[in-house]
Design a protein around this ligand. Structure first.
Ligand SMILES: [Zn+2]
Ligand SMILES: [Zn+2]
Length: 256
């Protein structure tokens, strides 16, 4: 069995076919998926998916790419995170690729999320793009390791992965890992401890080979697991078991 640790099932491309998407998950042994919030306006849609389906969970947070008139307050995030199916805070982090200029607000918002996560003792879903050094610096300054979490859709080098693991975080690989030219990321997937690895689709984006360029969905997370099995020379079952166990330990606080 496999668990997709990061998807956006409330996005229109996926929401309109939700029954087929859930059926494809079952057909491909994908037992659960974590639906990730990108802003507070659409958080109710994410929560509704998790309330309606036993095998879906939700997060609450505001993505670093979304410029807002009003920033979320830590108390607001903490309050929304009280729902039993909200298992993490995010996605949050830094993105210097999509946005440029004065990004003080992005760093402030990231700190807000880390403080909220610490206050409600839930792990963090961290997005980082072209901003690894600042992301790691703010994670340590705000003591994000108290709650831990995951560096989602990991595209950085081994040094960054090891620094994040040192701070108490997991590394999640997306379909990018299956791309031929993803040499650095493949090296990370080969080198870090298996008990720190999660898998995700980030659907509807980033479909893995052989679906590259198409709309992604949680069922395809199996292809990410297959690539990890190939790179580490272990079985697909071992990858499925380890990554599912890691997910349950991190987000559901289960020891088995
Ligand atoms: Zn992201
Ligand atoms: Zn995402």
């Amino acid at each position: 069995m496999f668990i997709d640790s990061h998807c956006h099932l409330n996005f229109p491309d996926l929401a309109k076919d939700i029954d087929a998407i859930l059926a494809n998950m079952r057909a491909n042994e994908v037992s659960h998926a974590l639906c990730i919030s990108v802003d507070l306006a659409t958080f109710p849609q994410v929560l509704e998916l998790a309330e309606r389906h036993d095998n879906l969970y939700a997060t609450v947070g505001v993505h670093p790419d979304y410029e807002l008139e009003t920033e979320p307050a830590p108390t607001e995030l903490v309050q929304l995170a009280q729902h039993p199916k909200v298992v993490a805070i995010g996605e949050t982090g830094l993105d210097y690729y999509r946005l440029t200029g004065n990004l003080d607000w992005q760093r402030d918002r990231f700190r807000t999320h880390i403080r909220a996560a610490r206050e409600c003792a839930k792990p963090l879903i961290i997005h980082t793009r072209s901003a690894a050094a600042d992301t790691l610096r703010i994670m340590s300054e705000e003591d994000a390791g108290k709650v831990g979490g995951v560096m989602h859709c990991f595209t950085e080098n081994l040094e960054v992965a090891q620094a994040a693991i040192g701070l108490g975080f997991h590394i999640s690989f997306s379909g990018i890992l299956t791309f031929k030219n993803a040499t650095l990321i493949k090296e990370v997937a080969r080198s870090i401890p298996l008990d720190k690895i999660l898998i995700e689709t980030d659907s509807p984006y980033l479909a893995p080979t052989p679906f590259r360029g198409k709309t992604n969905q949680p069922a395809y997370v199996k292809h990410v697991a297959e690539e990890i099995a190939r790179l580490r020379n272990i079985t697909l079952d071992e990858v499925g078991e380890a990554t599912s166990r890691n997910f349950r330990r991190l987000f559901l606080k289960q020891q088995q």
